[in-house]
Design a protein around this ligand. Structure first.
Ligand SMILES: Cc1cc2nc3c(=O)[nH]c(=O)nc-3n(C[C@H](O)[C@H](O)[C@H](O)COP(=O)(O)OP(=O)(O)OC[C@H]3O[C@@H](n4cnc5c(N)ncnc54)[C@H](O)[C@@H]3O)c2cc1C
Length: 387
């Protein structure tokens, strides 16, 4: 089914991303990222130079100024994932969807001027730290505290599973600045790599996204100046997180659809090439029927995602609509990937093949950004008349 949400500007931008892929997303590079467990800074700087990260950073701070138009980010996701580089797509996503928005939409003028120019060039990489060893879904159960002192805060606690946590220069960190768990007991503070008492724990070994770092962070009496309080006002952290969650969830839905599309394309190509019993794999009725299912699912995914992209651009994508997109798209992604791996036979299990890596990457889409159970909880509450 033809998609009609992209105009000439998006397609011209797609050419820029394709050119970047040709130059920087080689097999050698991918193997390097996987072995190191992180994306090298030179690649992030090249992405900044090419203008494919920091997309929502306003022009005055050196970015592309595409504030509400997530279609440009969707183009980046589609092209990088189609190139079999899920880890790079993940690193770009953390920068543009999880870190930059807190400064662009909620930062003070000083915070914007200090960090946004570097975030557009890749010189300043960001991360978002909410999850703790004892609290993931239940965000208000966090224990990391920020105690008010003269000129700032003293932070104590720990975070885990933080994407880009090792490579990030600044970490937007969800902390308790008040008592209890009322929404106004929380704030977002920017912790800077190198601050005294801010340490990285052990490297976490994941089943997928091998080339993107995921870290534990620990804070021991870290002094954070008050200028690093996002928005300059205490007690807004929970509301600020809620404001960005629709974007985070839409971004995971887009990544899921892009992976499903890529899997379909790789599988059609592979099954046309490979033979068994004197026939091409694609000529078996089972293969064609499975591909018919997958192709239809991918069409439906784009139809739904494109509608969400449009709603987001118009400022109309609500939290529960974004939750629907996230869980539905990532579950369809999972089914598609599983079917496609099967059609690759044994090669589908070998991580040299993009299909195997995409399958392993896909698993966490149903877990992070809020688990799919939490998404269903969000969607079902208004249906059931609950708050
Ligand atoms: C690779 C990776 C990258 C990540 N990146 C980041 C990051 O950059 N920043 C960050 O802050 N976090 C990040 N996370 C953390 C992620 O968001 C959490 O793992 C996720 O929200 C789930 O929290 P949890 O692991 O504590 O699971 P738990 O909350 O302990 O959940 C365990 C199970 O119980 C279910 N459950 C929990 N509550 C309910 C309920 N009310 N109703 C029904 N079922 C429920 C869950 O759905 C799940 O199946 C990342 C995680 C991974 C694996």
């Amino acid at each position: 089914m033809e998609r009609d949400i992209y105009d000439e500007d998006h397609e011209a931008f797609r050419d820029v991303v394709k050119e970047f892929v040709k130059r920087y997303v080689t097999n050698e590079k991918r193997e390097q990222w996987d072995a190191a467990g992180e994306i090298d800074r030179a690649t992030m700087l090249a992405a900044g130079e090419a203008g494919i990260i920091g997309l929502s950073v306003p022009d005055e701070f050196g970015g592309a100024g595409m504030l509400q138009d997530y279609r440009f980010r969707a183009v980046v996701n589609e092209e990088i994932i189609a190139a079999g580089a899920g880890s790079l797509a993940g690193a770009f996503g953390i920068q543009d969807d999880l870190a930059v928005p807190y400064l662009v939409h909620m930062g003070t003028d000083e915070q914007k001027a200090k960090w946004l120019p570097g975030m557009a060039t890749g010189e300043v990489l960001g991360a978002l730290a909410m999850t703790e060893p004892g609290a993931g879904s239940d965000l208000r159960g966090i224990k990391t505290t920020a105690k008010r002192v003269e000129g700032g805060y003293v932070v104590n606690g720990a975070k885990t599973f933080i994407s880009s946590g090792k490579t990030a220069d600044i970490v937007v960190t969800f902390v308790k600045t008040g008592e209890g768990n009322r929404p106004d007991a929380f704030s977002l503070l920017i912790l800077e790599n190198g601050m005294e008492g801010f340490d990285h724990g052990k490297k976490l070994h994941k089943m997928g996204f091998q080339g993107h770092d995921t870290a534990e962070l620990s804070f021991s009496d870290v002094f954070v100046p008050e200028e690093n309080l996002i928005g300059g006002k205490e007690g807004l952290g929970f509301v600020q997180l809620m404001m960005n969650l629709p974007l985070e969830r839409l971004s995971i839905g887009v990544a899921g659809a892009a992976a499903a599309q890529a899997a379909l394309d790789w599988t059609v190509e592979y099954t046309k090439d490979r033979e068994a019993f004197g026939e091409r794999i694609i000529d078996f009725q089972n293969t064609r029927f499975k591909l018919a299912d997958v192709a239809t699912t991918v069409d439906a995914l784009w139809a739904y995602i494109d509608r969400a992209l449009k709603a987001y651009a118009e400022g109309k994508l609500s939290a529960d609509e974004a939750a629907k997109v996230k869980f539905w798209a990532t579950e369809r992604e999972w089914e598609v990937l599983d079917t496609c791996v099967q059609l690759f036979g044994g090669y589908g299990y070998i991580t040299e093949y993009p299909i195997a890596r995409a399958f392993l990457d896909a698993r966490v889409h149903r877990i992070y950004g809020g688990t799919n159970e939490i998404m269903r909880d969000i969607v079902s509450r208004p249906i059931a008349g609950k708050r």
